[in-house]
Design a protein around this ligand. Structure first.
Ligand code: ATP
Length: 365
């Protein structure tokens, strides 16, 4: 088990810069996610960590050792792919054994390790089947066993759950989490599924257009996004545009709906800057009676109400036409009906004031 350091790692394909000067420190034993929309460069980055692609610039270190020029089979990584990539003509046992036989491990040691790993992924009863006699979830367990049996320093996973149905995906999430906890190996996991990253990661790096936009825990990223892209990418959010008019513990933003107070989550804003006020749907409440003087308020008309059992979702057309998503949890009775004029309150601590520019990323240096 080792930590992984990426130091200004860059990869181009022709004129496309797939990964642009990415620097990251992934701790020993960490379950780290690379998350981002399709084409953001996360698979390319994972492949460079595995050694399948050579970076044009930068260095990759495992436990402080520079492995940039080390071939993939000498990096001691275990890889799990979206399509499982099992040998179809070999049994489950032979598939799992394969990596060990390549390493010249003795027969008895091999049997012990294969049996232990098959037990770990609950696939011992299927050891003599071939992969085409297994479900997708079972095949992915074998792929996991194959990656783990070599006792890798780092496990690399590329969208491992994407081919599974929703229920199985949830089950496998828990299984992988339990395994990671049990063996404590550093794991790097690529996904475009923010729910997967929120639910499973110790920390994650969110990528866009080859850059790392922000790194942090699920809670840090959800509650303290530092760019409009990040706020929009993780979870549901509302944006109200405006211009900064006052600085302070809370900044005041002049919007088409009146002044909105909010907090700055990182970086600098100056008076006169064009910004957006980012507010999560669960941060808004319907005002019944008078709102507290310290709260922000906006008014509008209810366009949609959707009852989903544990939550009720509303879309409110604000007076300037901005649609606002609102979520009420445990909705015994509806708070408003379609067509109602309503007032919503939200505390300044629930408003994150961000640069208006969608592409303003925290630069990776
Ligand atoms: P997805 O979730 O769709 O797999 P991704 O975030 O993993 O996307 P990459 O596959 O790393 O993205 O691709 C990053 C960029 O590099 C994209 O613009 C892609 O078209 C380009 N790219 C990736 N692999 C190659 C290749 N072998 N040749 C040329 N361009 C490539």
């Amino acid at each position: 088990m080792v930590g992984v350091t990426l130091d200004k790692v860059t990869k181009r394909f022709g004129r496309v810069i797939a990964v642009d000067r990415v620097s990251l420190d992934i701790a020993e034993g960490e379950f780290f996610f690379l998350l981002g929309p399709s084409g953001c460069g996360k698979t390319t980055l994972l492949r460079m960590i595995a050694g399948f692609y050579d970076p044009e610039g930068g260095r990759i270190l495992f436990g402080g050792r520079d492995v940039t020029d080390v071939p993939p089979n000498k990096r001691n990584t275990g890889m799990v792919f979206q399509n499982y990539a099992l040998w179809p003509h070999m049994t489950v046992r032979k598939n799992v054994e394969y990596g060990l036989s390549m390493r010249g491990v003795t027969r008895s040691e091999m049997d012990t390790r294969v049996n232990r790993t098959l037990d770990m992924v609950q696939m011992s009863p299927y050891a003599d089947r071939s992969p085409n006699q297994l479900s997708g979830g079972q095949q992915q367990r074998v792929a996991l066993a194959r990656a783990l049996v070599i006792e890798p320093d780092v496990v690399l996973m590329d969208e491992p759950l994407s081919n599974l149905d929703a229920r199985l995906r949830l089950e496998m999430r828990q299984h992988i989490l339990d395994l990671q906890r049990e063996i404590g190996t550093t794991m790097i996991y690529v996904t475009h599924d923010q729910k997967e990253a929120l639910a499973m990661s110790h920390r994650m790096a969110v990528m866009d257009s080859g850059h790392v936009v922000q790194v942090g825990t699920a809670r840090e990223l959800y509650q303290n996004p530092q760019s409009r892209f990040l706020a929009d990418f993780i979870g549901e959010i509302n944006f109200i545009a405006g211009t900064v008019s006052e600085l302070g513990d809370f900044v005041v933003v002049d919007t088409g709906l009146g002044p909105v107070k909010g907090r700055v989550s990182g970086g600098n804003v100056q008076r006169g800057d064009s910004v957006v006020c980012a507010i999560r749907p669960e941060g808004l409440t319907f005002v019944e009676g008078e709102p507290k003087a310290t709260e922000n308020t906006v008014s509008g008309q209810v366009r949609h109400v959707v009852y989903l059992g544990e939550v009720e979702q509303y879309v409110i057309d604000l007076v300037d036409g901005t649609p606002l998503k609102v979520i009420e949890y445990d909705p015994i009775n509806p708070k408003a009906a379609r067509g109602d004029e309503v007032r919503l309150a939200f505390s300044p601590s629930k408003v994150v004031v961000l640069p208006a520019d969608r592409d303003s990323h925290a630069e990776t240096v």
